[in-house]
Write a new protein. Structure first.
Length: 348
């Protein structure tokens, strides 16, 4: 459905319960029509928390010397992939900070092994890597790549995500390169960054459709105390009538509007949303446009170290118990787990 940025902004500002109920209903109806009732399950493996960047919003930033760093071994990653298979999931997501210690050939071998030994689709989320590395991993069998652009406001992006010396960070250009390499490509934004206006967030949502993204994951900004933004040293908030709040409600509006403009895309109910709404965050997301859940399969002792923001909802979950409980919840909702890799469905 085409929505002009002005119409998107109108919805972002909408607070009447009756109107919002209509938005949730529209998104839910379109989700059912475009991607069915199935919920695509992804096994998330946070393979390294090293990062060379200094993002002002993320606890993994290079300057955070308080954070012990880890990089998973090949065997640990393959064990986690096998756990995804045992749970019946169709995809494993290998996520890390922008870690130059993840050697390209080594990872290509891990990807090729997963593809040879399991029926899993492989999604990568490893930050801004060179075109050569991205092409190598694609040839090794990687199916998808997630790269959130966080905000399309160039000035705000530069303030929260400094470029590295001698390189200009251009995530929109990189998304197009990923599409050219044949990856199913995912993006997304942070919701409620200080300095983010309603008009800017509306532009971001319109851009999801313009980029024809296959996956979109957006979550409310949750400050981390050991970051620039968490210390209040980042961009200043706008006046209240212009500043987007970083609330769960705003997260659900963005999710529902994303479903309206990208009907066939795979949309996760993100961990940031379930962190802000621990009681029914997941179920609510699934009723407001989401069709994907990522279950954390990172070894439990490493999970507290992948601290992009504090109190992440999945840190202490036992995967077996969580999956057993979630499975029951999905069946009770009439939203059965999807079968197979669960890639983007294109309209026929
Ligand atoms: S957001 Fe990504 S690139 Fe930025 S510091 Fe965190 S892990 Fe690194």
């Amino acid at each position: 459905m085409h929505l002009a940025p002005q119409a998107i902004e109108h919805w972002l500002r909408e607070d009447s319960p009756g109107s919002l109920a209509r938005l949730w209903e529209k998104a839910d109806r379109l989700r059912r029509k475009a991607v069915s009732d199935a919920v695509q399950m992804r096994g998330l493996v946070e393979i390294s928390n090293f990062c060379r960047r200094g993002c002002g919003y993320c606890g993994l930033h290079v300057g955070n010397t308080l954070l012990p760093r880890y990089r998973m071994s090949r065997g640990e990653i393959l064990d986690a992939a096998n756990q995804a298979v045992a749970f019946g999931f169709g995809t494993v997501v290998l996520q890390a900070g922008e870690d130059s210690g993840i050697e390209a050939d080594w990872l290509a071998d891990v990807i090729a092994t997963i593809k040879a030994d399991t029926p899993l689709a492989v999604t990568l989320s490893l930050g801004e890597r060179t075109e050569k590395e991205l092409a190598l991993w694609r040839r090794a069998g990687a199916d998808r790549y997630l790269l959130r652009f966080e905000t399309s406001d160039e000035k705000l992006f530069a303030a929260i995500h400094p470029s590295l010396p001698g390189e200009r960070s251009d995530r929109l250009a990189l998304l197009r390169k990923l599409q050219g390499l044949g990856y199913e490509t995912g993006g997304g934004v942070l919701i409620g960054l200080p300095g983010q206006s309603y008009a800017s967030l509306a532009q971001d949502i319109a851009l999801f459709a313009e980029l024809d993204l296959d996956m979109v994951g957006s979550g409310p900004f949750i400050p981390h105390p050991d970051t620039l933004l968490g210390r209040g040293q980042g961009p200043a908030p706008l006046p209240a009538e212009e500043q987007v709040p970083n609330t769960a409600l705003m997260g659900y509006k963005v999710l529902a509007l994303t479903r309206l403009v990208c009907p066939e895309a795979n949309l996760p109910c993100t961990t940031a949303l379930t962190t802000l709404n621990t009681d029914h965050g997941l179920e609510t997301g699934l009723q407001r446009g989401a069709n994907v859940i990522m279950l954390n399969l990172t070894p439990q002792q490493l999970r507290p170290l992948y601290q992009i923001y504090p109190d992440k909802s999945c840190v202490s979950e036992d995967p077996e118990q969580t999956w057993a409980h979630l499975h029951q919840t999905l069946l009770a909702m009439g939203r059965p787990p999807g079968i197979g890799p669960g890639g983007r469905k294109h309209p026929t």
